[in-house]
Structures are given as C-alpha cells and as structure tokens.
Design a protein around this ligand. Structure first.
Ligand code: MN
Length: 740
C-alpha cells in the first residue's frame, strides 16, 4: 500500500476497499454478525478524520481501518473491539468527546475509546520514554478491560509497520519503546506472531545494518537450507500420510531478531546458529480430546526415523505455558548432522500460538452468546496478568506484579502519567505537581467530575486540580494524604505558619530565663520540657507564644534544684562546645552496636544536625552521642567528625536516614556572569519552578561577576543535585555547588 499514490481519484476507492477488507474478515470469523454498528463506526470515524492526513500523505482514516483489521484478523477480536479500533483516535485528534461516542455507540465502546485515549497521551507525549516503566504498569493495573491493551497493541503494530514515514528521531524512540514495552507484553498475552513482528520491526530501525546483514545471509543460504529441509522432512511426511493424518508441514525460520539475539548472547557468527529453522507440523483434528494422543503418535513416528536429543523434549500440552501456548517440541539429529527442532501442534493449538487467547473462544461457538464467551477469555488473560505463576517466568522476571497492588497510575489533563501510592487523593496529586498547588488546592475534577480534595483516586483516573489563592494549608489535610512528599511539604508549611507564634514564645522563654539568671542550655531546656511534659523546643515555644502556658515557680524549682553553679554551667557549656567531655550520655540509652535510624516527624527529630558540616539526607553521615544523650549527625567528610572518631570512639554510632526525614538546610554557592534579570530568573527557578524554600540569600556582584550564597530547605541530596543542575542551565550561571 505504501508506494501507491494517494490522489483524490483513487483514494476514496482505496479507503472503501480497505474497510470492506475488514468487514469481510469479520464476516468470515465465528463472531456474531453485527455489521451495522461496525459500518456506523467506520462512517463516524471517516467523517471525524476527514481531510486529515498522516505523515506519509495517506488519508488518516486508513490508520484506524488498519488497526481494526489487525484487531479483528490478527488478534481475533469481535465487533465491539473493531468499533473501538475504528474510533480509537477520534477523541484524541478531533473535537468529538467520549460522551459523543457513548451517545452514538453505547457505553462499552465509549469506555474502550476513553481507555485508548488516556494511554495515547502518555505514550506519545514527550516524556514517553522516561515513563516507559509507568506505562507498562499502567497497562497491567488498568486491565479493567484488557481489550484496551489488545487494541493498543494493534495500534502500535500498525504504527511500527508504517514507521518508515516518521522522522528518524521519533523512529528511534518508538522502536525502543516497542521493544521495551510492547513486544514483552505481546509475548505475555500469547500474541506470538505480533511479538515476533514487533521485535523484528524495532530491530530493523534500531540496528539497520545488522538487520540488513542477517536478512541477506538468510536469503543467500536459503537454497541450501531448503534442500536440507526437504531431505529431512520427506520421510516424516510420508510416514504421517501413511498414518492417515490430515496435516501440513513447513519449515519455520527463526526471526531476524532472535537470530541476532542468539549471535549476540552466544558470541557466534551467523553460520554457527544451527537452529535457524524448525519444522512445524500442524494437524487437523475435530476432537480436542484426541489431540494429545495424536501429538505423541507423531512424536513416536519421528523418533523412529531420527535420533532424539535426550534433553530437548518440551511437553507444553500437559503443561501449557502461562500465555496459553500448547505444543509438543522435540529435537532430533538431521540428515546433515545438525540438530533440528520439530514442533507438533493441532490447528487449534497453532491458532492460539499465533493469535493468543483471542483464538481460544472461536472454538467454543454455539454455547452462549458472544459477550459471555469473550468475557471468559478476557478473564483468562486478566488471570495471567495477575497470577505470577512459575510458568510465567519469561515475562515476570522483569515485572513484579505484586508491587502494583500498592500503586496507582493517574493522568494529568495533559496526559502525563503519575505513579502514586494506593489511596492517594486529589490533594496528593496537587502536591505532586507543585507545593504551591498543594497549598492552594480547594478541590479537583476526576474524569471531569467535581470532587473534594480528599477524594481517593483509582488507577486510570484523569485528575485536574483546582486551586484558589485564598486557600491555605490546613492541619487536618494530613489525615488523607498518602504520599510522603505531600505530608512533608504540608508539615513544613504548617510549621512556617506557626513561626510568629514560636518567635513570641521563644522571646518569653528567654526573658524568663534571664530574669532568673539562668543561661539557655540544652540541660535547662530538657528540665523545663520535663516539668510541662512537652516533647520538644518547638512545642514549648508554641505553647508559650499562644499563651496556652505560662512559666511558673515549678519551672524555677526544677532547674534551680539540681543545677550546678552558674560558673560550672558556663564552664561546661564552653567545654561542650569545644571538647565534648566524657560523662556517659544520660538521657537516651542508645545502643552503639546498632545502626541508629534518623527520623523526624511532627514531634521533632531524634537527632541534631552538626552545625559544622550541616549534612542532609543522602549524605554519608555518622552519629555522635553528645553529653545530653542526643545524637548529633556529622558528615563523614567533616574534619570535626574525624577528631570525634579518634577521641570518642565509644560514643560514635552508625546512622542511617529514614526514608522520610523532613526538611534540611543546605547551602549552595552559585557563580556566574551578572546580567539584567538573572537574579529574578534564579529565584523564580528555585522557588516556583522547583518549589524549594529559600531561607537565606546573599548576593555579591563585582566586575560583572556575581557570587550568590543560598540556604535552601530540602529533603535530601537528590534535590540539591537537581537544583544545581537546573540552575546551571540558566544563561550566565557558571557554577552551582553545594558548600555544606
Ligand atoms: Mn492510532
């Protein structure tokens, strides 16, 4: 078709012919004859895509027709899927909506089209390749109706067949994605023929030279190969005919891609791939219960003629593969001294092997109606996807299905995919997009319906976040957030809101202490917290600042009673600052033999950050137990840490950051050439684009060179690295490095 000219004179005829082809194929299948709705879907799609052409110049409608043909004739799907295939790009590319489709063709077809539209944004979007993993998960989690996946497979196959007319960079991307996602999935679904073709087509675009070289060798060795095959197969055919079997036998060549794989993995030249082809015997048998016996009869006949390889018999009849594959394989010594594989199948097994489970129900016609039969095999495929049985090792090796139950995948209105933990809400999505969006989120639209921000999402939902400038972060949001990121951001925001109250509280506390003539030390603070049964400094300040608490005589008594003299206190304080004296840690009993997990939550942290090196999560760190029994975290690279290790070995504890530890200050130095607007660009990038909180900003400019020292609140080193990389991309910035 590709080299025909698309002139107005012949293209109308060509379109009609292509569609008739689909219809005829459908009428020849065992499906019910629902021609009317298929014709309507075709007219509808044709009208909708009218005047649009593909890159190759052909009218657009030829693509959906081709996809429908693949879905029907190569996968074996029925009218509902054929209609969905014909309409699959209508919502994506034209003004029609899913509601329009529903009105004209009913709920089922509309759902399929909606599913196909959702997938399409993600996969053809710019971030497609980065999201390949997400996409693969999506296909599996969203197997609500597996037909979506199957039609998508047909769509991809046609796109691969016509990939030649795409721009080269797109070819490369699409080919890679096909090999990475679609071919394994086709295999998993038992669509063997499609899997092989997808692999070969991808290979052709990814390694054109190798593809050509192997194809040439296959061609040039063909004569010799067919002579050998004829010698080998003749006695077998004779014997099977004697046995009274109706069968066909042919030599089945390995695909170009699998030949290449074999050459690559075994490091052998083409000539040494001995199993270039297999002999395939397909026999007719009306009685399914007889199939197994016939297979083994043929097996016996062949092993009478040729010497059997002892370890290469595969009985996939007694134990079908997870994807439904059934056959009996054996390997025998051929006439030329090479091993030859022989595959024995009934025509039923053959069709399942080539078309996958879709072919299954074709043989069960006459019992029940189309939909229920269809549902049976759709369920079967779903079971395969859900059941990580040992038979399924081939695909499940790379896919851990059990992980998926804890994750969902949703779409932004732009078709971007987001992977979130199960039970995530609209608010989680808002924070996922941007903290500012999270803070101002008021509600959401899920699949275009208005929902509250606590609405729990399902895989496949399309989520739009609605914001309002008057909205502020609310403490109760914490109850329905599922993502750690959102929780951290929210807590940080709530803490920020409390800052004025805390400042007031701190002032009250400090004034109180100075009136009593007591210096502000950790020891004093610990005692005060003990008196009022408070967890940490922040709680105390908030309580004081909001006037929930007033300091009284109990407090004075507490720290006056056991307090050493002022002089001692000052002495100790200075010493602590410099030398860390050795009285054993008093407060927490920390087992230094175990790794100490650094955590923080609403109630504060179980560690302190050393102010000499200011490490943040992601840094390699160690803990030092100070005189209060607090774990002070130093970077391993900190010179002070080395001194501590040498002098106070018994008070060093191995530490590890908990997954979610809160936010930390990191300092970053940025250098570059000064220009108008660069500062604004920088700040905008950091605070709005990257949603990072700036705590301190010092800028010095001299002779057109500027230095900028930045303190930012981040969660871990990943954020800092990301920040530095992004900042470096700003025109004029020469360096951006973390300084502590
Ligand atoms: Mn398409």
């Amino acid at each position: 078709m590709d080299d025909r000219k698309y002139t107005p004179e012949n293209e109308e005829r060509m379109i009609e012919e292509a569609f008739q082809d689909v219809l005829n194929g459908y009428l020849n299948s065992n499906h019910r004859k629902k021609v009317e709705i298929i014709e309507r879907a075709y007219r509808f799609a044709k009208e909708a895509h009218k005047g649009i052409r593909r890159r190759s110049g052909e009218p657009y409608i030829l693509h959906p027709i081709a996809v429908a043909k693949i879905a029907s004739q190569e996968i074996g799907l029925g009218s509902t899927s054929i209609c969905a295939a014909l309409l699959h790009d209508v919502v994506e590319d034209t003004d029609y909506t899913v509601e329009d489709i529903e009105q004209h063709f009913g709920k089922k077809i509309a759902q399929l089209v909606a599913g196909l539209t959702k997938i399409s944004g993600g996969i053809f979007g710019d971030k497609a390749s980065a999201q390949a993993e997400n996409f693969r998960k999506l296909l599996l989690t969203m197997s609500e109706d597996i037909r979506v996946v199957l039609i998508k497979m047909a769509d991809r196959l046609h796109n691969m067949r016509t990939l030649g007319s795409m721009a080269p960079n797109k070819q490369y991307k699409i080919a890679g994605e096909t090999l990475y996602i679609y071919a394994p999935l086709a295999h998993r679904l038992g669509l063997f023929a499609i899997k092989t073709e997808l692999e070969d087509l991808s290979f052709k675009y990814e390694h054109p030279v190798a593809y050509q070289r192997i194809s040439d060798k296959i061609k040039s060795s063909e004569a010799k190969r067919s002579a050998v095959y004829n010698d080998f197969s003749a006695p077998i055919k004779e014997k099977l005919t004697e046995m009274g079997l109706r069968f066909e036998a042919h030599s089945r060549l390995k695909s170009v891609y699998s030949i290449w794989r074999k050459m690559e993995t075994k490091h052998i030249p083409f000539e040494e791939v001995y199993d270039l082809y297999a002999m395939r015997i397909i026999f007719d048998c009306d009685d399914v219960s007889q199939e197994k016996t016939i297979c083994w009869n043929i097996y016996a006949a062949i092993t009478d003629l040729y010497r059997l390889h002892p370890d290469r018999t595969r009985d996939w009849i007694s134990n079908p593969k997870a994807n439904g594959y059934q056959a009996l394989h054996l390997t025998v010594m051929g006439t030329d001294g090479n091993w030859v594989e022989v595959q024995i199948r009934s025509s039923r097994m053959d069709e399942i092997a080539e078309k996958g489970f879709a072919a299954h129900w074709k043989y069960k016609i006459g019992e029940g109606d189309e939909e229920s039969e269809l549902n049976v095999w759709l369920r079967t495929i779903k079971d395969i996807l859900n059941d990580p049985s040992p038979n399924a090792i081939d695909f499940l090796d790379t896919l851990k299905l059990n992980l998926f139950s804890s994750e969902i995948v949703v779409f932004t209105p732009k078709g971007e995919l987001l992977t979130l933990p199960k039970n995530s809400t609209v608010l989680d999505v808002a924070f996922e997009l941007h903290s500012q969006i999270g803070f101002h989120c008021i509600a959401g639209k899920v699949n275009h319906r208005l929902v509250p921000l606590s609405h729990r999402l399902q895989s496949g939902d399309q989520v739009e976040v609605l914001t309002s400038q008057s909205q502020t972060p609310q403490a109760e949001w914490i109850n329905f957030l599922a993502t750690a990121k959102a929780k951290t951001r929210l807590r940080a925001a709530l803490r920020r809101e409390q800052q004025p109250v805390m400042d007031r509280g701190r002032k009250i506390f400090e004034e109180f202490l100075s009136k009593q003539g007591v210096p502000m030390t950790n020891e004093v603070l610990t005692k005060v917290l003990g008196v009022y049964r408070l967890q940490n400094r922040e709680e105390l300040y908030v309580a004081l600042g909001s006037e929930d608490l007033t300091l009284d005589d109990n407090c004075v008594k507490a720290f006056k009673k056991q307090s050493p003299s002022l002089l001692t206190k000052i002495f100790r304080r200075n010493k602590v600052r410099e030398e860390f004296p050795d009285p054993a840690p008093a407060k927490n009993k920390i087992n230094t033999k175990e790794t100490y997990i650094l955590r923080s939550d609403d109630n504060g942290s179980n560690f302190k950050i050393a102010d000499c090196c200011c490490p943040i999560p992601g840094d390699d760190v160690m803990g030092f137990i100070d005189e209060n029994g607090d774990v002070v975290v130093h970077a391993l690279t900190c010179p002070r840490a080395n001194v501590l290790k040498a002098s106070y070995g018994s008070r060093i504890v191995a530490t590890r950051w908990a997954v979610e530890t809160g936010e930390f200050l990191a300092s970053i130095r940025i250098e570059g050439i000064d220009r108008m607007g660069i500062l604004q660009e920088l700040i905008q990038m950091i605070s709005t684009h990257l949603a990072i909180n700036i705590r301190k900003l010092d800028i010095e400019a001299e002779n057109e060179v500027f230095h900028c020292d930045l303190s930012v609140l981040v969660e871990d080193t990943g954020v800092v690295t990301d920040l530095c990389n992004k900042v470096k991309k700003i025109n004029g910035v020469k360096r951006a490095t973390r300084t502590s």
